[in-house]
Structure formats: structure tokens, C-alpha cells
Design a protein around this ligand. Structure first.
Ligand code: SF4
Length: 359
């Protein structure tokens, strides 16, 4: 099997008790069947503790019931009691894997690091060099799949073009994201209706030469209200996240002193992260445009959050990490946003482009 991953992927190592956040704070960790079988054989006081904390949540998943919003195995020291008592192999699938994410496409897979982990976010936002990708053979067996090979390879070419656009530093980050949106808008209907041959024309088109319309404050007001209404309606891990969003909504960055020129590469990395993580999943639902809209809308919100605090580098990374943890790590949140982005005219490509030019 072949696996593709970003160049920073192998640099990750969990910083455990040095982590300012810890992944199991705020989340109810879902235990997989294999691990549950192993836990049944654990005897003594720790075996009893495992039995006591396991419950079934409202989605029907078997979870370790959080205590005071923390995993019951997360010690005050920041270390994991399960790891200390039974070793790394005892960790459930979620804990062994996090913050690595993996998507299978039959005989190929893609792995990355989630921005929701502070250490992963630090690594992703560490270097200004453009992110590159590597592919290597693994010993894993191919997963059964019914994806269309032609769609898969077309999307691979399209994603390469999207990433090339986003990493083209001859242009400002705003120009690049707009070109990326226009490109996505052009190819999305062909993906949906299996017109893969037409996508070749789009791949050869120069999207930077397309006309830029002037920023409209009136148009921006309605759209930004809708975006923040959607993002504040999501289920939240911490109530202070809602306050942060509400403060950012009122921030008029068009006339603020917040200047992004010297660190545009951070937004480039952010967009490449979203495109690498989600673009290819259009192979499962043929809905490419919503994935592009999610990336652009997230950029708009994150930039506003940064601007609102006039945040320095370390703080910008913290805000981006928090966004990812609050938004990306809830299937319900992602589902809610995707539905809204599909339906609402405020998420049209024109409205997104207008908001990108707010600054
Ligand atoms: S959030 Fe990341 S660095 Fe922190 S404990 Fe979890 S995996 Fe380790």
C-alpha cells in the first residue's frame, strides 16, 4: 500500500505532561471494540476502575466517561494513567492514533497531523518553507473500496493544482485564496456530474488573471453575520470560545492595524492543511465545493480572531489550534457547517471572495 503524508508528519512526538492542553481534556474518548476486549482481562483495582468509567453516550458510542470534563485516566500531572498502568499498547485506537489522522482510498492512504493538538499545530506552523508531500510504501493491506479510480486520479491532479495555487508566492495570500476558490468553483460541477475530461481545461487555466471585484462592506456585513451565527451555534468545549468568536465578529479588520504581510505563509500552511485533509474526500461524496468553502470560511474566521487580538506568532498558533479543536473535532459541528455552506447564499464564492478582501 502507498501512503502520502506532509513533510512535517514524522517530526511529531507527543509532549505528554508538557502539553498546555492535553487531547483528552474536554473530549469523551471513544473506546474501540478491540481495546474493550483487552480491558475485560484487566484485573485488580485498575480493572475495576476501567469497568466503572465505561459508559455508552447518546450517539451509542462506548466512551470513557469524563470527570469534570476530563478523561478519567488523565492525571493531574498531565500523564495518562492507562499508559502508566498498562503501557502504550493498552491505549484505545483514538489515543494511539491522535493527533494523526488517516484516510483510506483503497490501495492508497493519506496521513496527516491534526491542528487541534498544540504540538502538531506548533510543528505545522514552525517553518515558513512551503509544505511538501512524500509518498512511501507501507506493509498495510489495501482496504476494500468502491471509489471510482478515474475520479480519484482526477481529484489528485486537481488537488495538486489547488496546492500549487495556494503556494504561489508571486501573489498575495488573498489573491491565492480567491484563485483557489475560482478554480474549485469551475471544477466542482464536473466532479459532481462525472465530467472529468473538462477538468483538464481548468487545470491548465490561470486563475490569477481573473478580475478582482472591489470589496463591498454592505455585502460583507450580511455574510459575516451568518458565518459567526453558524460558528457560535456549534457545540463548544469551552464557553470562552463563544466569547472569543463574538469579539472577533465585531472587529472591523478592514481598517485595523493588523498587518499579515510578513506571515502570510502561516495562512498558506493553514489552507494547504485544509486542502490536504479534505479535498480528496470528495471522492466519497463528489461535493468538492463545500470543502473549498469550509477552508475559505475558516481562514476568514481565524484571521478575524487573530486580528481581534493583534496576535503574535505563538498566540496565532494557539488560536488556530483552538479553532481546529472546537470546530473540526466534532462530526456534528462539521455536519452542521457543511449543510449551511451548501444551502446558504452567504457562502457563495462571490461572498467568500468579498470577505477575503476585507483586509
Ligand atoms: S494534545 Fe497532542 S501533545 Fe498534547 S497530550 Fe495530546 S497528543 Fe500529546
Amino acid at each position: 500500500m502507498k501512503n502520502t503524508f506532509p513533510n512535517y508528519y514524522k517530526s511529531f512526538s507527543c509532549i505528554a505532561d508538557k502539553c498546555p492542553d492535553t487531547c483528552c481534556a474536554g473530549w469523551a474518548v471513544v473506546a474501540d471494540e478491540e481495546s474493550l476486549k483487552k480491558y475485560k482481562n484487566v484485573s485488580g483495582a485498575f480493572g475495576q476502575k476501567i469497568t466503572d468509567v465505561i459508559s455508552v453516550d447518546c450517539d451509542g458510542d462506548t466512551v470513557f466517561t469524563p470527570v469534570n470534563n476530563r478523561c478519567p485516566f488523565l492525571l493531574d500531572s498531565g500523564l495518562c494513567e492507562m499508559y502508566i498502568e498498562l503501557g502504550h499498547e493498552s491505549l484505545c485506537c483514538t489515543c494511539r492514533q491522535y493527533p494523526r489522522h488517516i484516510t483510506y482510498f483503497g490501495a492508497r492512504s493519506e496521513t496527516g497531523l491534526s491542528l487541534s493538538c498544540p504540538e502538531a499545530a506548533r510543528i505545522i506552523m514552525q517553518s515558513s518553507e512551503p509544505i511538501t508531500f512524500e509518498t512511501e510504501n507501507t506493509l498495510d493491506f489495501p482496504q476494500p473500496t468502491d471509489i471510482e479510480p478515474e475520479l480519484y486520479f482526477t481529484l489528485l491532479d486537481a488537488r495538486k493544482k489547488a496546492i500549487d495555487i495556494l503556494q504561489n508566492r508571486d501573489f498575495s495570500i488573498n489573491q491565492r485564496i480567491c484563485a483557489f476558490l475560482l478554480f474549485s468553483q469551475d471544477i466542482a460541477p464536473h466532479i459532481k456530474h462525472s465530467g472529468y475530461k473538462q477538468i483538464k481545461n481548468a487545470i491548465n487555466t490561470d486563475y490569477f488573471t481573473k478580475e478582482k471585484s472591489a470589496y463591498s462592506q454592505r455585502r460583507a456585513n450580511g455574510a459575516i453575520k451568518k458565518y459567526f451565527s453558524d460558528f457560535t451555534n456549534l457545540e463548544m468545549l469551552e464557553p470562552s470560545w463563544k466569547d472569543a468568536l463574538l469579539s472577533a465578529q465585531d472587529e472591523d479588520i478592514s481598517c485595523s492595524a493588523y498587518e499579515t504581510k510578513s506571515f502570510e505563509w502561516e495562512y498558506e500552511h493553514l489552507m494547504v492543511y485544509f486542502v490536504f485533509r479534505y479535498f480528496m474526500t470528495a471522492v466519497f461524496d463528489k461535493d468538492l465545493l463545500t470543502k473549498a468553502k469550509f477552508a475559505a470560511a475558516s481562514f476568514i474566521i481565524i484571521r478575524k480572531l487573530h486580528a481581534c487580538e493583534n496576535a503574535e506568532k505563538e498566540r496565532r498558533t494557539q488560536i488556530t489550534q483552538r479553532f481546529s479543536k472546537e470546530v473540526e473535532h466534532s462530526a456534528d459541528n462539521m455536519d452542521y457547517l457543511h449543510k449551511s455552506m451548501k444551502k446558504s447564499r452567504f457562502y457563495s464564492i462571490q461572498n467568500l471572495i468579498n470577505l477575503i478582501w476585507e483586509k
